[in-house]
Design a binder for this molecule. Sequence first.
Ligand code: RUB
Length: 284
Amino acid sequence: MVSQDVVETAEKIRDMEIRGAGKIGRSAAMALKGCAETSKAKTAAKLLEELNDAGDLLISARPSAVSLPNAVRFVFNKLNSDDISDLKSLRKTAVEAADEFVENSNKALAMIGEIGARRIGDGDTILTHCNSSAAISIIKSAWGQGKDIRVFATEARPRYQGHITVKELAEEGIPTTLIVDSAVRTFMKEIDKVIVGADSIASNGAVVNKIGTSQIALAAQEARVLFLVAAETYKFHPETLVGELVEIEERSSDEVADPEEFVGVTIRNPAFDVTPPEYVDLII
Ligand code: RUB
């Protein structure tokens, strides 16, 4: 039996109420923590079973962000054989492991901001896509250092996560321009650096990120604009080391258009795409 809290977290991830790979990973870790803390299990074996079920449900919520299974794996990797036979220590270790994942994740974001900002020059115009906390961390950190920067951000249809990005940047006072996704090539001549986040990074360096990222990378390469990816280490996809492909999530066609208005039309809605490593200048 999976607790109601875990079910709700998994639903929020599936419905994108909780979204963005980093946040997905952190909320999965927190859901496991909640499971460990509130479980009524009488034995360690029973709690372990509940944690396993919770982990499986959370992992199934979205397939392309490897932060989700990596967060769950992080917690399970910390459990050792002593814990598994002792209920109290199993609970404690699971709670501490989940907290450690979240703490590491937040530290990583700050560190990415600090390291990435070194690559941002005074006067740079940056293009970002969708809504990535890691990419935004770099932008905010460069701005905080007093660099005179401007940002172009795409809408990121069909879910318009770009709106979150522009509001967040404008709140900081950063000069921000919102553009439609199809305007990227038009504006590329004004851009010095593209910075995007990642949902998964394959062992060959290919980057899985919001649909449209690979087109932006293509336009950046054509214009000789640097293409930077901001990603915590838990965005690296371990199974790609043994040849597995990253599953690209295809979401409901309703997000794109009302299918009833387009009878006889197939509507496709892949949520992510793959940018080949040749198009990536730097992973921060
Ligand atoms: C979000 C998206 C983000 C990455 C990285 O897609 O593609 O660029 O998840 O985000 P969605 P972060 O809105 O479908 O989840 O840097 O915040 O982890």
